[in-house]
Design a binder for this molecule. Sequence first.
Ligand code: ADP
Ligand code: ZN
Length: 217
Amino acid sequence: MQLTKKNLVFLGAPGAGKGTISKRLLEKYPLAHISTGDILRAEVAAGTPAGREAETLMKAGKLVSDELVAGMVRRRIAEPDCDNGFILDGFPRTIRQAELLDEALTGAGRTLDGVIYFKVDDELLLKRLTARLNCRGCDAIYNRIFMPPRTEGVCDKCGSPLYQRPDDSLETAQSRLKVFYAQTSPLIEYYTTSGQLHTITATDQDEIMRELVALLA
Ligand code: ADP
Ligand code: ZN
């Protein structure tokens, strides 16, 4: 499988590193990166009706409605930059969303080429989530423990201040993990059955990149 021109799903618990790895892949391959979390946060910031619907649920670490996110994804994959292939990061998150994705892809005459499952144990997930830092200016992601910025609180890439996402508090991170096991993990079986699942267990980023590139070459 060639990495370019491929339509991929990145599946994994919050904190599994889907976003970080997506960004590294984009440095090498002309894929579009579609993060439903990023799209939703932009809607919340802009105060749109979708954002207002999503805000309370996101703060509580719960999932936003399947129809809402699936609609956003359907519109997004119709944009021209997705013609070179795309990474769906954080979508689908329920069986229903996977079905809606299948429908959207079929409707657009496209297919899904692979689902990458990033398998990470819970203890590490919680450590990563609660120490995560995000840049206000660009999309860069840091981690106080595992990937600290050169200067505390400041983005290496653009100099903007870093902040902690409100849903990265310990309490909300724990509920997001529960939501993952209850609502999202059934997708592991769903995509195993369809023969599309590839599991990556590495935690080291360079190792993950090597595995991904080999897997998709
Ligand atoms: P993470 O992968 O670190 O949990 P995301 O940025 O992907 O974070 O998602 C943040 C929040 O946005 C989720 O907790 C959920 O409330 C909402 N969200 C994102 N993607 C989806 C989705 N596919 N379905 C429902 N809700 C979603
Ligand atoms: Zn930045």
